[in-house]
Design a protein around this ligand. Structure first.
Ligand SMILES: *[C@@H]1O[C@H](CO)[C@@H](O)[C@H](O)[C@H]1NC(C)=O
Ligand SMILES: *[C@@H]1O[C@H](CO)[C@@H](O)[C@H](O)[C@H]1NC(C)=O
Length: 161
């Protein structure tokens, strides 16, 4: 939005959409990545080069639940880089899946970790093994996938939340 003059930030990047998550790329201090629940695109900015134009835009390709989900659920919420492979990036979707991009390969997602169509993921985290991915949904379930494959996702939920 519009810069607030009372703030003492060193950099302001304008964006027309409300942001859900902003993350540093641990492999590149000049790079940040942003997501918005109002778009299925992931925006990357070079903060060493003051510009509100993204340096790279990643997007969702065809998805499992494409056509079943309303437009309001196409957005992405949280973001996570893979610590040991900085070209890999995960984003949680409101449309029943967590997505992974491999920036060396494509600007379109290459892995889709799906749950149920109703699952609206609001958070994504990687485990310390850098291979297990956790996704939490708006209704309180946590899903876990092993990106090495071989095992289906598991889901768990607390009794109260
Ligand atoms: C995960 O990645 C981090 C960063 O590269 C590394 O320090 C750590 O050893 C990795 N963990 C495993 C279990 O490979
Ligand atoms: C939450 O969503 C999961 C699917 O992700 C579903 O199995 C579960 O029944 C839902 N729980 C509630 C309380 O709606």
């Amino acid at each position: 939005g519009i810069p607030d003059d009372s703030s003492n930030y060193v950099l302001h990047i304008s964006n027309s959409m409300p942001l859900c998550a902003v993350r540093w790329n641990p492999g590149n201090q000049d790079e940040i990545v942003c997501s918005s629940s109002q778009t299925d695109k992931v925006l990357l900015f070079d903060i060493g080069y003051v510009s509100s134009a993204p340096t790279e835009v990643l997007q969702k390709g065809m998805t499992k639940f494409h056509g079943f989900c309303s437009e309001s659920r196409k957005g992405l919420t949280d973001l996570a880089f893979t610590p040991d492979d900085k070209s890999r990036l995960f984003a949680s979707g409101l449309d029943g899946a967590v997505y992974m991009w491999d920036r060396r390969l494509s600007k379109t997602h290459c892995v889709e970790l799906t749950a149920l169509l109703e699952s609206q993921f609001t958070s994504v985290k990687l485990n310390m093994d850098n291979r297990t991915v956790f996704g939490a949904t708006r209704n309180g379930t946590i899903h876990v996938w092993d990106t090495r494959g071989g095992r289906a996702s598991a889901a768990f939920q607390s009794h109260n939340e």
